[in-house]
Design a protein around this ligand. Structure first.
Ligand code: NAD
Length: 508
């Protein structure tokens, strides 16, 4: 099996007019505030590049506190404007129109995402962008049933002859700061915007500085769908200035964050001053546990896909796998063959199965994990090489002979790197699964239903998959335990992030 980096400098051409125009000259992308583009108050721009080639795609505004103030002011004003009068049915219709527009502009959104992030076209076209539309469709439905309850109280001190009537209602939490990462930009954005809009909130979105282009295009589509000006604002820029100004802002009622655990901590610190509500979708080191009776026709490609999909830049990627010793060699060989047979290349080449990672820095970070593991005695079964014109490709990697204390075994690598270790006793493997700071996801591979049920309860993770990994749906809540964060995106549970309960108690 050979790994061929097909990126030989001849970048495949995009097909859609807007993306062709984007590539025809280097544009300065402005901030999207109050329904229109505006230049940053202090003229600073960051470069956004194609990770495969290093070619400059555009410059994005690097917002400062002044711009963040303008965006938050616009969102606060919009909270009390026309948007507040939208009925649930009207909000639902708007959300469905956003989904329609995403579908109508599917090819353009896919090309933008591929160019800016580096992912293979099929990941955008068959997984992430359709899932982005589905988020809006799912929450279009939820917008129709944000009900409270009537409450039977036992109060007996109301004035003589009067009755107590009490109920709860749900109200939008207010202005939401949505802060998102670079690995799957649009779908992770939709996971915040769709429930926030369904709840009637207004939003200031800060996309990752490496991948802001699709968020700006989505904002235009959201306006086109009929969302009033100021309801969604996009401030692009770096984390230290733009992100920190937003998450520490007094005018923000709620921070919905997806990103690394380190940044999650900084955000909790920033939230303390105004006691801003926070939900955190953070990192992971998700295990796949393979029992001796596993169906290997499912398990081998399932686990390989669980780590190599999107170049391993998936929060729930199964980056550790514990395999029963009786089948260890067979499973490891199968996964290694799958990885070694993958075609690497530019994401716009439809034959590409794995693209580059998002940046040279990220690629070097991954390489360092691998080199450090090798120096400590780990064995590379396949891959482990940083390559490509821009040095951003990491060949699909399988590593064994690691120990739980090695960084590659216990820390989030966020690349196409699988650590595989054999176990003899399932109880021992269960301890290894849980002996990690993260608790985002896990998978169990077995045909024994009882074992699957028992282990799914005993594994400390927000999601446990059985005989599959990375199966997502707008209706399925996703989120972490332990240092993977708190709160849930997707599913009905995500609405809780964007709604406040109000209790009304009346004497009538
Ligand atoms: P990151 O934490 O570096 O950045 C995420 C976002 O936070 C970016 O927009 C960044 O500009 C911003 N930011 C950085 N510093 C900030 C600060 N001090 N204040 C406010 N905002 C700040 O994460 P990343 O490298 O972009 O993304 C990769 C990480 O995201 C991985 O750890 C991955 O596991 C995690 N992730 C989690 C989920 C999930 O659902 N749990 C999903 C996808 C990615």
């Amino acid at each position: 099996m050979s790994q061929i980096v097909v990126n030989d400098g001849a970048t495949p051409s995009p097909q859609t007019e807007n993306v062709k125009a984007l590539l025809s000259c280097v544009q300065d992308k402005q901030l999207y505030i109050n329904g229109a583009y505006q230049a940053p108050a202090k003229s600073g721009y960051l470069e956004t590049t194609d990770p495969s080639t290093g070619k400059l795609l555009a410059r994005i505004a690097n917002a400062t506190a002044e711009d963040v103030d303008a965006a938050v002011d616009a969102a606060r004003a919009a909270l009390k404007g026309a948007w507040a009068a939208y009925t649930p049915l009207e909000r639902s219709a708007v959300l469905n129109r956003i989904a329609d527009l995403i579908e109508a502009n599917m090819d353009e959104l896919c090309e933008l995402e591929v160019l800016d992030q580096g992912k293979p076209y099929y990941v955008a076209r068959w997984a992430e962008i359709p899932a982005t539309a589905n988020q809006f469709r799912f929450f279009a439905g939820q917008a129709l049933s944000l009900d409270g309850n009537t409450v039977n109280t036992s109060i007996n001190y109301q004035p003589e002859g009067k009755q107590v009537h009490a109920w709860t209602e749900r109200q939008p939490v207010g202005v939401v700061a949505a802060v998102t990462p670079w690995n799957s930009p649009l779908i992770l954005t939709a996971m915040k915007l769709a429930p926030a809009l369904a709840a009637g909130c207004t939003i200031v979105h800060k996309p990752a500085e490496l991948t802001s282009l699709s968020a700006l295009r989505l904002a235009e589509l959201i306006t086109e769908a009929g969302v009033p000006a100021g309801v969604l604002n996009v401030v692009t820029g770096d984390g230290a200035n733009c992100g920190a100004a937003l998450t520490g802002h007094k005018g923000v009622d709620k921070i919905a964050f997806t990103g690394s655990t380190a940044t999650g901590r900084a955000i909790v610190d920033a939230s303390k001053k105004h006691l801003t509500r926070v939900t955190l979708e953070l990192g992971g080191k998700s295990p796949a546990l393979v029992l001796p009776d596993a169906d290997l026709e499912l398990a081998i490609p399932g686990i390989a896909n669980g780590i190599f999909f999107n170049g391993g830049q998936v929060c729930v990627a199964n980056s550790r796998t514990y395999i029963h010793r009786s089948i260890f060699d067979k499973v490891v060989e199968g996964i290694a063959q799958y990885g070694a047979g993958m075609q690497l290349g530019h994401g716009l080449d439809q034959a590409t199965q794995m693209g580059p990672v998002v940046s040279v820095e990220q690629a070097k970070k991954i390489e360092q994990f691998i080199e450090q593991a090798k120096a400590s005695g780990a064995k590379v079964i396949t891959g482990g090489v940083r390559t490509g014109e821009n040095g951003t490709y990491i060949t699909p990697t399988v590593i064994t002979n690691t120990t739980p204390d090695m960084p590659i075994h216990c820390e989030e690598v966020f690349g196409p790197v699988l650590v595989a270790e054999p176990y003899d006793d399932i109880e021992e493997a269960l301890v290894w699964c849980n002996d990690n700071d993260y608790g985002l996801a896990a998978s169990v591979w077995t045909q024994d239903l009882s074992a699957a049920h028992r282990l799914s309860r005993q594994i400390d993770a927000g999601t446990v998959w059985i005989n599959c990994h990375s199966m997502f749906d707008a209706a399925l809540p996703i989120g972490g335990m332990k240092m993977s964060g708190y709160g849930r995106d997707s599913g009905k549970q995500a609405l809780d992030n964007y709604l406040e309960w109000k209790t009304v108690c009346a004497v009538l």
